[in-house]
Write a protein that binds this ligand. Structure first.
Ligand SMILES: Nc1ncnc2c1ncn2[C@@H]1O[C@H](COP(=O)(O)OP(=O)(O)OP(=O)(O)O)[C@@H](O)[C@H]1O
Length: 255
């Protein structure tokens, strides 16, 4: 199977503090790779460096064989990497449809200045596409209020719609079910599974809920103090004595 993402000897951190130490990870196309680890292990930092928010101090990140280590975040998005955040990043003052319209227009071919050509008034078919995407994800496309009033779960769904509007081939989801009640959480997992099935996208996500981890993951990597201490199939990781000791052995919400 071809490689979607290849992380090779990555070091990254903040200022002089190194958080990620020699992280390597291969993610095959179509894989659903879950990164787990205790609080503060470096999962979010890892995601931030994959999407270009935290620069690499050393090592390489390849996406579909292309070295993206030095590429700015927005260029990684244009290359096909989509990302969601623990706290949904949406335009709170705009309606849900307007939010998705912005994302669709950002996908449009760049103009001669190398920037997406955003329009003052969107095309009707763009609005229709945005409305259809929202409906598909279970959101009301006629909602005329600003997105800031949406529930936490709906904001995450809206963020997902915006990310999908860019038609990414690799989805990076940082704790997609964080802060959700269990009903919402199950619905979210089903939604992510359906999206991955329908789009054929590769998935890398972090998650604390072990039910979600073992339901979604085809491979799991464990971060501990910024280092990968185990990587393998769910069964292999579950059986790993060190992982059980540092992480899985504790009850409740791990980490
Ligand atoms: N902006 C920052 N500046 C300095 N240090 C930071 C910054 N963000 C995170 N850190 C530190 O980096 C380490 C890893 O944090 P990170 O958020 O990546 O862990 P995590 O595994 O995602 O944790 P959680 O499960 O709580 O989300 C922590 O020690 C944290 O304090």
């Amino acid at each position: 199977m071809t490689s979607s993402l290849s992380v090779q000897g990555l070091f990254a951190g903040y200022g002089r503090t190194t958080i990620l130490k020699d992280v390597s990870m291969e993610v095959a196309t179509g894989e659903r790779h879950v990164v787990i680890g205790p609080n503060g292990a470096g999962k979010t930092t890892f995601f931030r460096s994959l999407c270009g928010e935290v620069p690499a101090m050393a090592g390489r990140i390849l996406f579909e064989g292309r070295d993206v280590t030095a590429l700015a975040g927005f260029r990684r998005v244009r290359a096909g990497i989509g990302r969601s955040f623990q706290v949904a990043r949406i335009f709170g003052e705009m309606t849900p449809v307007e939010n998705v319209v912005v994302a669709i227009e950002a996908r449009a071919p760049e103009n001669s200045h190398g920037r997406p050509s955003l329009r003052v008034r969107p095309r009707l078919e763009t609005v229709d596409e945005a409305a259809a995407m929202l409906a598909d994800l279970g959101l009301d496309p006629r909602e005329a209020s600003p997105a800031t009033i949406l529930s936490h779960g709906d904001k995450k769904r809206l963020e997902l719609a915006m990310m999908l509007a860019l038609r990414p081939r690799l989805l990076l989801l940082d704790e997609p079910t964080a802060g959700m009640a269990s009903g919402d959480r199950r619905a979210s997992v089903r939604l992510v599974e359906r999206i991955v099935r329908e789009t054929g996208a590769t998935l890398v996500l972090t998650e604390h809920d072990m039910d979600v981890v073992f339901q979604i993951g085809t491979r799991i990597s464990v971060l501990h103090y910024g280092e990968i201490v185990a990587s393998g199939t769910p069964d292999e990781v579950r059986a790993n004595a060190f992982v059980r000791d540092i992480y899985l052995g504790r009850g409740g919400r791990h980490g």
